[in-house]
Design a protein around this ligand. Structure first.
Ligand code: FAD
Length: 318
């Protein structure tokens, strides 16, 4: 089933569901760890599961003559394969992420064809971040500079238009496309107005729902939704929630995701340094309850593939 149908069903039945996001296994790991992260959440009836997509990294090796050799490495390949394995094992819809970074339009098309053959008809279309050795995001020479172009490619493929032209009498894919939105503004955007204008371009290009960057202050989400509606964005906007789990998060999360942590949360975490995980769970439960009361159709939990705190949250909330 297309995820947008699941979201719309949740909206019309006024029953909030939850989804969660996992990383594909590290290269060399099997699937057991990821299944071990999913198993305890299955009894709570997740609406769907997202699987992130990771671009290549660069590894430096020093040669005996003092020179440097660069290798392209992929630490977490396998987004499509693990998505199909999860869908088959649990019968739960899976949303593989797909990025522009490091991929040509042809690579993207091949990936989408594999997804379609494997019964994966949902995709979260993203630009991705710069690679380690870049100062800013550089598109692949035959790829896309922005997520909107990826959305256009997927929507065109749904109409039977491929990168090298139309195929007569072809099979039409039916991808349901989600995109990312930023309640606290994307770090490269000029301002919130231009960021929301670009978000609207993604919707106009064929995206059917938005998943937000993580945030810790629900007022930021409510304000973002209001601004999006004023800008003519009518699709569901799924809030992204990440429970704080280590003291290090107090520095890392604002730096990595360009988000602010509320003073009260920081104070609680610093006052109880041995119980940060519990503080994070309590905060996420309160956030979830308020968002549910406001009628959001789905709560999207970021997990980094460790789900015991998500278990505690969904047990308390659903
Ligand atoms: P875009 O929509 O292209 O926006 C990027 C920036 O460009 C914004 O500042 C925007 O305002 C601006 N912009 C957009 N369109 C235009 C235009 N036409 N002209 C000029 N400026 C424009 N990253 C991964 O690598 N893998 C993942 O699996 C992954 N999953 C994610 C899931 C969610 C829910 C979220 C919120 C983010 C995820 N990311 C992931 C991170 C994401 O790739 C980064 O935040 C990235 O920097 C931006 O991606 P985007 O799709 O929002 O890009």
């Amino acid at each position: 089933m297309n995820v947008v149908h699941i979201i719309n069903e949740a909206l019309s039945s006024k029953r909030t569901r939850f989804a969660f996001e996992l990383l594909p296994p590290l290269k060399g790991d099997g699937m057991q760890k990821i299944f071990g992260a999913i198993d305890p959440l299955v009894p709570f009836d997740p609406a769907y599961i997202n699987i992130t997509f990771h671009r290549e990294g660069i590894k430096e090796t020093e040669l005996p003559d003092g020179g440097i050799e660069w290798h392209v490495v992929r630490r977490r390949p396998g987004t499509v394969g693990i998505s199909a394995a999860i869908r088959q094992r649990y019968g739960i819809e899976v949303v593989p992420h797909l990025i522009c970074g490091g991929l040509s339009k042809y690579d993207i098309e091949d990936t989408l064809i594999d997804m379609d053959f494997l019964g994966l008809h949902n995709v979260l279309a993203l630009r991705g971040d710069k690679s380690q050795n870049e100062r800013r995001f550089m598109p692949h020479p035959q790829g896309h500079a922005h997520a909107v172009d990826l959305v256009r490619q997927i929507a065109a493929m749904n109409r039977g238009e491929f990168v090298d032209g139309e195929v007569e009498e072809c099979h039409h894919s039916k991808f349901s496309i989600g995109v990312a939105g930023y309640p606290e503004v994307h770090f490269e955007a000029r301002d919130i107005t231009s960021d929301i204008r670009h978000l609207k371009e993604k919707i106009d290009a064929g995206a059917e729902y938005v998943v937000t960057q993580l945030f810790f202050d629900n007022r930021k989400y409510f304000d973002f939704v209001r601004r999006c509606r004023e800008a003519g964005i009518e699709v569901p906007i799924i809030p992204g929630i990440k429970p704080l789990s280590t003291l290090r998060h107090l520095e890392v999360l604002p730096e990595t995701f360009a988000v602010e942590l509320p003073e009260e949360l920081v104070r609680e975490a610093r006052t109880h340094p041995d119980h940060v995980r519990e503080v994070g769970v309590e905060w996420a439960i309160a956030q979830s309850r308020e968002l549910m009361a406001a009628g959001v159709p789905v709560l999207h939990y970021y997990t980094m593939s460790r789900t015991n705190n998500i278990q505690q949250i969904v047990k308390a909330v659903f």
